[in-house]
Design a protein around this ligand. Structure first.
Ligand SMILES: *Cc1c(COP(=O)(O)O)cnc(C)c1O
Length: 426
């Protein structure tokens, strides 16, 4: 019998490239058919055929209070009755800016838009407008959305021009993007020594969640901060994933480093499309209508999306929210390590707050090069075994995982039982 899922996937592939609206949803990396979902509640999901899963994707982070949280849903329903959009300012946008500024004081001024991609793209344009420089620096394996200048891989040598990492990106655009190895302070020092005064900005995931989970070395972040200050380059923390997830004040609070600009998304929309960028007032004053850097959006700061985000941010300010989330995530990680050890599988895992990384390697990796050496076949087998047992992990060895406040001890216990079975089958 053909499942509803199989039918939907076959039909979707005819009308939607690859059957998905974002490549990470496809199962290209792990093989098999992507799961089509119908419903979520708390930590659980149900697919179109009625199978239940414990969710460790949480829409790639936004569902930090769990799916269909009754307070978020109620707030959204009430807001919808006042119209879905105005294309004119609302008090809600001010409330969001005030809250972001309170939780992340480095964001002296804030602008809202509709996605993380827009946030990083606009932050970079603002940094270029502010400095009058063209070159930007990113790190290998970090993802900052899909704008042209950020889909760039490293050239073969330190100072070679970046090369496009995607079709459709002109080499002339990629050439302005320099790519360095994450956690490599020496490479940073060398680059700044040569072209430091030509660099508009450095953009970084302060904890990387887009090549599995990679934890920054404190000294690396400190070196980065010092070099940007010395050379007048704008330091952009891309906290689209880490913002309000690794700590109430983001990674910048956790590691006590103050960036010049920050980009946000995911959690601040609570599951609806919201992005934000902000930072030093002198930099943000470059933006139109006050300054000469143009940036806009018909649905920017949409009232329904902002309402979902505000309610979510209100819920995560509950006492000990983040320490409980981190403890629950650590329980999962420790349990998985113990289960792997019992079966003799080479495996490691770690978490930062409510984000976790699973690695089929001896050590937790600290760079793109290291994560690429983990055992992808073991991951893929583990992934499918977990999926069969009703545990939904990211469909790639190079994605982080996410725990929400709705994940109970029972969820963790069921996950660990599934993992013991999966490890034993490797
Ligand atoms: C998800 C993500 C983005 C892109 O956000 P979208 O809303 O998908 O456009 C940018 N940067 C980081 C660090 C992300 O995790």
């Amino acid at each position: 019998m053909t499942s509803i899922n199989q039918t939907l996937f076959e039909q979707s592939q005819r009308l939607i490239p690859g059957g998905v609206n974002s490549p990470v949803r496809a199962f290209r990396s792990v093989g098999g058919t992507p799961v089509f979902f119908k419903k979520g509640l708390g930590s659980r999901l149900w697919d179109v055929d009625g199978k239940e899963y414990i969710d460790y994707i949480n829409s790639w982070g936004p569902m930090i209070v769990g799916h269909a949280h009754p307070e978020v849903i109620q707030a959204v329903q009430a807001a919808a009755e006042n119209s879905l959009s105005f294309g004119a300012p609302t008090g809600l946008e001010l409330e969001m800016a005030q809250l972001i500024n309170k939780l992340m004081p480095s964001m002296e001024q804030v602008r809202l838009n509709s996605s993380g991609t827009e946030a990083t793209m606009s932050a970079i344009r603002t940094a270029r407008g502010f400095t009058g420089r063209d070159k930007i620096v990113k790190f290998e394996g970090c993802y900052h959305g899909h704008s042209d200048g950020l889909l760039v891989k490293a050239g073969s040598g330190l100072l070679t021009f970046g090369e496009p990492d995607s079709g459709g990106v002109p080499a002339s655009v990629a050439a302005h993007t320099l790519t360095l190895e994450y956690n490599n302070s020496q490479a940073l020092e060398d680059l700044f020594a040569q072209v430091g005064d030509e660099i508009a900005c450095v953009i970084i995931e302060p904890v990387v969640g887009n090549m599995n989970l990679i934890v920054p070395h404190q000294a690396f972040l400190q070196t980065l901060r010092a070099l940007c200050t010395k050379h007048g380059a704008v330091l952009i923390f891309d906290e689209v994933m880490t913002g309000f997830r690794v700590h109430l004040g983001g990674a910048q609070a956790l590691y006590n480093i103050k960036p010049d600009m920050t980009t946000l998304g995911k959690v601040i929309g609570g599951g609806l499309p919201v992005g934000a960028f902000g930072g030093r007032k002198d930099i943000m004053q470059c933006l139109a209508p006050v300054g000469k850097v143009y940036q806009a959006g018909t649905l920017s700061g949409n009232p329904i999306a902002v309402t979902a985000g505000l309610k979510t941010l209100q819920l995560i300010q509950a006492p000990n929210f983040h320490s409980k989330l981190a403890a629950q995530t650590a329980k999962l990680v420790e349990g998985l390590k113990a289960a792997a050890a019992d079966t003799g599988v080479i495996f490691n895992a770690q978490n930062v707050g409510g984000m976790f990384g699973l690695y089929f390697s001896q050590h937790c990796p600290s760079s793109y090069h290291e994560i690429m050496q983990s055992n992808k076949e073991h991951f893929n087998h583990f992934f499918h075994s977990m999926l069969d047992s009703g545990v939904y992990l990211g469909p790639s060895a190079f994605e982080a995982g996410f725990v929400s406040a709705a994940h109970t001890d029972e969820d963790i216990a069921l996950t660990l039982a599934a993992a013991r079975k999966a490890f034993a089958s490797l």
